[in-house]
Design a protein. Structure first.
Length: 577
């Protein structure tokens, strides 16, 4: 049984006695099978509709009528702890592993004891693959309520939870996101309260720090009411104000390949922030499901999308980037940033990539069935041409389905190589896509020859057809799946289909989040926390206190510091005015 955000919530004082959906009040989700034929078709259709109707479905203009609060997070000692996590609403094991750590009253990382943040910022993509009330309940609300079921003692109103929408939250035009995070029928998720009223927000922090979280509709543009809201916020800045800018995607890195994606953030910086003289010390985002930090003497740029979605590689990251991107027309002065840290590390990321050979068939049985069916059809169509007699009228007719199938394979592989929005590497994408298609046709030709050399092809009808479906289909499906895995490995070396190389495996390990501490005197310390292995088994905790997690890991979760804490102070020189 599931509960939409408008339905009655489970009794908060009742704790589940086991891990069944009936006891939990939600259904723990499996990781999205991104190469499932149904998933590929459904998500592709939703993405296409969103891109076509995005301007019509955009609800940000309507938010001008919503309260335009500027939030404030300051602890009783004048300081503040704040957490950041992104890309979290996927499979239960990875999502809840991170939620469980975030909910702990204190987190032991090495020799450090880090208290839970009094605010938690969700940096985008709170649900996968597409948003709905039921998916938010099962993949976000349920796990986070289970991790922190009630307000902890002595925590006042409890920690706040703020959320930015990512591209997956946008696929329904923000309908489900706004109902969950900005509506009036739900004011909290377990012990976390939901204070925001728009899909973007500003938070005043200690030491003249400000957090500005932007909603630029998947790197397209920032609407006028949002610009007006942040302009009113920026009018409160002083010359020593320091700014953290949170966005749903790391366009400073993505702009190295697609410069235009940085345009909306570039405009926001130039039009809203630079005139105030405030210092932009940190930009943070999710969307790429790993941890990576670029920096120079003025600013740090952090990607931290390790909240639960499939792992994204780090070994392909450029060592140096230029911001704004060199190919983006911008009057802003360009600065270079060096890659300082990444998680997982380069070698581990490469090892994860190589595991596609075993991971693709193991994790994608429906993909085996799909490509197996295609190869059976190719074999039968080729056999029909052979048995019809060369040069006969029947042979000319039997060529039609074979030609159609060949065209489908070539066009499908060509399109597969162009799934990325990259504006670079068009030639290598064309070549790799065509070579991938040709390899499948070669495999089909080899399979057809082998089939004709084996006895089952001569069995009487319908046994020959059943053998073709059962024996040939399984063998061809496995062979074609491994061929696709080899293609993905080769293509990744040319920066093609990198996302598919990792999404096909659905790796739930190497997760990450940020814990930040801002002192009253304005020093910001960032603790990047990694989790090498997510938990797979959970034990119910029916007798725990009301605020304690419903489920505990059967093994031990081992958080660690990805790198030494990053300390940002207010000692930069004032900009020339």
């Amino acid at each position: 049984m599931t509960h939409g955000p408008e339905q009655a919530m489970p009794n908060p004082t009742r704790r589940p006695r086991d891990v069944t959906p009936a006891e939990l009040g939600f259904t723990p989700a499996q990781p999205v099978a991104w190469l499932s034929p149904v998933q590929l078709a459904g998500t592709g259709l939703r993405v296409a509709l969103a891109s076509i109707q995005g301007g019509y479905l955009d609800k940000r203009e309507l938010q001008a009528a919503f309260p335009d609060d500027v939030h404030r997070e300051v602890g009783p000692d004048g300081d503040c702890w704040i957490d950041f996590v992104a890309d979290l609403g996927d499979g239960f094991d990875a999502t809840y592993s991170v939620a469980y750590l975030l909910a702990q009253e204190t987190l032991t990382v090495g020799e450090r004891e880090l208290p839970r943040g009094q605010a938690l910022v969700l940096g985008g993509d709170e649900v996968y693959p597409t948003p709905s009330a039921e998916r938010y309940e099962n993949q976000l609300v349920g796990p986070y309520r289970a991790a922190l079921p009630a307000t902890p003692p002595g925590a006042g109103d409890g920690p706040a939870m703020y959320a930015l929408p990512g591209n997956h939250d946008w696929y329904d035009g923000l309908t489900a996101f706004l109902r969950l995070f900005t509506g009036t029928r739900r004011t909290g998720i377990g012990g976390w309260r939901l204070p925001q009223h728009r899909s973007y927000f500003a938070v005043e922090l200690p030491g003249d720090w400000w957090l500005l979280a932007l909603d630029d509709q998947d790197s397209t543009y920032i609407d006028d009411p949002q610009l007006a809201y942040f302009s009113r916020v920026a009018a409160r800045f002083g010359p020593r104000s320091k700014v953290i800018v949170a966005t749903a995607s790391p366009t400073w890195v993505q702009g190295d390949d697609v410069p235009q994606v940085y345009a909306s953030l570039d405009y926001f910086v130039r039009a809203v922030l630079e005139p105030t003289g405030a210092q932009i010390r940190l930009m943070v985002s999710g969307d790429w499901h790993h941890y990576a930090r670029y920096s120079n003497e003025n600013r740090d740029l952090i990607t931290c999308g390790g909240g639960g979605a499939y792992l994204y590689p780090t070994h392909q990251l450029p060592e140096t980037i230029e911001v704004p991107p060199a190919d983006l027309p911008s009057p802003s002065e360009r600065e270079k940033y060096q890659l300082r840290s990444r998680f997982p590390g380069k070698r581990l990321s490469q090892a994860y990539a190589a595991s596609i050979v075993a991971g693709l068939p193991k994790d994608n049985p429906s993909f085996i069935a799909m490509v197996g069916a295609v190869h059976v059809a190719l074999m039968l169509a080729t056999s029909g041409v052979i048995t019809s007699g060369f040069g006969s009228p029947l042979q000319k007719f039997s060529l039609v389905p074979l030609v159609i199938l060949v065209a489908m394979v070539m066009s499908g592989c060509y399109a597969f190589a162009h799934l990325s929005d990259s504006v670079q590497g068009h030639l290598r994408r064309r070549v790799l896509g065509l070579l991938h298609g040709a390899a499948h046709l070669g495999l089909a030709a080899l399979g057809t020859w082998l089939w004709w050399e084996l006895p089952p092809h001569a069995w009487p009808w319908p046994w020959s057809l059943l053998a073709a479906l059962g024996l040939y289909g399984v063998a061809a499906g496995l062979a074609a799946t491994e061929l696709t895995a080899v293609y993905l490995l080769i293509a990744a070396r040319f920066d093609v289909n990198l996302n598919e190389l990792f999404s096909a495996q659905g790796i739930i390990d190497s997760k990450s989040f940020l814990r930040m501490h801002i002192t009253a005197d304005g020093t910001l310390t960032i603790y990047p926390i990694g989790v090498r292995r997510a938990a797979r088994r959970w034990t119910a905790n029916p007798d725990g206190a009301a605020h304690e997690p419903w489920l505990t890991p059967a093994g031990r979760l081992r958080p660690h510091l990805i790198e030494e804490p990053i300390v940002l102070t207010a000692d930069l020189p004032l900009p020339a005015r």
